[in-house]
Design a protein around this ligand. Structure first.
Ligand code: C2O
Ligand code: CU
Length: 500
């Protein structure tokens, strides 16, 4: 299990923004889970699947009896599920019919600079804005703007993994993701299929987000107060992050999923702005636990039993939930130990039939070549800490707020580097471009759930982790940042540029 030194409990003093819904909320575990089916390409050729996604406003039924205005990929929340076979390119034409510029980032994807979704690489609304107006919306002289439509090109050469895509516009990611701009993108491959893991309807992407609703059923999000950006001593507009009191899985509040007595593969994705979950399985008898098989970047080397799973914003964990020992009528709940009231609940599996199950969970899942300390050519330090910088107060990296013009590091492609990450409070730290391996935590070996390839590592208060990373293939401008989206929007981000 997780041996993290830091614990968030319901009564921890913190200045997160806790939002309380005023709409009528459903009874937990009454609404059926929505299981997305993959988006169909508009065209395929020998090497590539082509998709088209329109980002637009829509109304969604999230709470029964209400209509919730959202910003959605194809007008849905979550956005469409994308599934790409390793080695095939995915070319996704995004059209922006929203009232603001957008940036699409494929989180966990190994992607060239031009398609990575740098925070000032904007796609401006169709017809509503001149290129000049769009440029004026960012302070980055290197900003790049396209109007209306553009292609994002994903080579998908990486191993099978649970990736997700979401908005990434500088200063506004939190608000845009909260409105609905997030979806799941899976990479699949033959190596994984050969293993015989639970598949088909027993392979479930579960995008977990918290939200709050006003009396009309609209999503609540604190209004942006730009003056707070420049008030020393005030940490920006959102305190330490925005929390809602309703837990949605695939856009459904506290869903129930009716299943047979079989193993299920759960692809847990924390798409919440700032909420950290500690997930646990409540079994009617016997001991509830997960078997972890994967992490951010794909399958682990071998499965491992985990009794609880701490998942911070941006992270993914893939687990097997084994219901083969259950009886018809059993209810198996996924519980959040870090919540209070209704946020302790996440979702329920209700066993409704006996079924045959031929899935297996082999002892060896994948080959992972370890990155060794002695392979590293450089050690860099990145300290994530609240502070003041000039007239600005926010969340800083090495004492500096996000500045697109000033790279904080220039790693050379192909070389292994060690990055020492340290914190004041808890922060989920995310790197673009490549997956990394966690070498240590607080001078001790990493915790069990740090295993495998990670792109986001969750550090508690005053923690220190060393990660090893080899940046590969693509020269250009990328970011590292805190994935608490309110911290990210309050400048806890930095640019690194890779070069040959
Ligand atoms: Cu999920 Cu840079 O983000
Ligand atoms: Cu943070």
């Amino acid at each position: 299990g997780a041996a993290g030194a830091w614990q968030l409990t319901a009564d921890s003093p913190d200045d997160r923004v806790h939002l309380t819904s005023s709409a009528r909320l459903p009874e937990p575990f009454t609404l059926p889970l929505r299981v997305p089916s993959p988006l169909t390409p508009i065209r395929r050729d020998a090497t590539t699947d082509y998709y088209r996604i329109v980002q637009r406003r829509a109304n969604a039924v999230v709470l029964p009896g209400y209509s919730t205005p959202i910003w959605g990929y194809d007008g849905t929340f979550p956005g469409p599920l994308l599934v790409t076979e390793r080695g095939r390119r995915a070319v996704i034409t995004h059209r922006n019919e929203l009232p603001v510029p957008v940036v699409v980032h494929l989180h966990g994807g190994h992607v060239p600079e031009a398609s990575d979704g740098y925070p000032t690489d904007l796609l401006s609304p169709v017809d509503t804005m001149s290129p000049h107006d769009a440029m004026m919306m960012t302070s980055d002289p290197l900003a790049h703007t396209m109007i209306g439509e553009r292609d994002y090109i994903y080579p998908a050469g990486q191993p099978a993994a649970t990736l997700w895509y979401h908005d990434h516009r500088m200063d506004f990611t939190g608000a845009s993701v909260w409105r609905g701009l997030a979806g799941v993108h899976l990479i699949v491959d033959p190596d994984e299929r050969r293993l015989g893991l639970p598949s088909g309807t027993r392979d479930l992407p579960l995008l977990i987000t918290d939200r709050a609703f006003d009396a009309t059923g609209a999503f609540n999000y604190p209004a942006i107060d730009p003056t707070a950006l420049h008030t020393p001593g005030v940490t920006g507009k959102f305190g330490r992050g925005v929390l809602g009191d309703v837990i949605l899985v695939n856009g459904v509040p506290w869903p129930v999923h009716r299943v047979g007595t079989a193993r299920h593969r759960l692809r847990l994705i924390n798409g919440s702005n700032a909420r950290v979950y500690r997930l646990r399985v409540d079994m009617p008898r016997g001991d509830g636990h997960f078997v972890q098989i994967g992490s951010d970047g794909g399958l682990l080397r071998e499965p491992q039993r985990v009794d609880e799973l701490t998942i911070a914003p941006g992270e993914r964990y893939e687990v097997i939930l084994d219901l083969s020992g259950c009886s018809v009528g059993d209810r198996v709940d996924i519980h959040n130990d870090l919540g209070d009231g209704n946020t302790t609940r996440v979702m329920r599996f209700e066993v409704v039939e006996r079924v045959a199950d031929t899935s297996t969970v082999p002892d060896r899942l994948s080959e992972i070549a370890p990155l060794h300390r002695h392979d590293a050519v450089t050690t860099r330090r990145f300290d994530f800490r609240r502070g003041d910088s000039g007239s600005m107060s926010g969340w800083l990296i090495n004492g500096r707020p996000y500045d697109p013009r000033e790279p904080i590091a220039r790693p050379r492609l192909g070389e292994v580097e060690i990055w020492r990450l340290s914190t004041d409070l808890d922060h989920p730290i995310h790197l673009h471009l490549n997956q990394f391996q966690v070498l240590s935590r607080n001078g001790a070996p990493p915790q069990a759930t740090d295993a495998g390839w990670k792109d986001t590592v969750y550090l508690g208060a005053s923690e220190l982790a060393e990660i090893a990373v080899r940046f590969t293939d693509y020269p250009g401008r990328y970011v590292l940042h805190c994935h608490n989206l309110e911290h990210e929007d309050m400048a806890m981000m930095a640019t690194f540029t890779t070069h040959t």
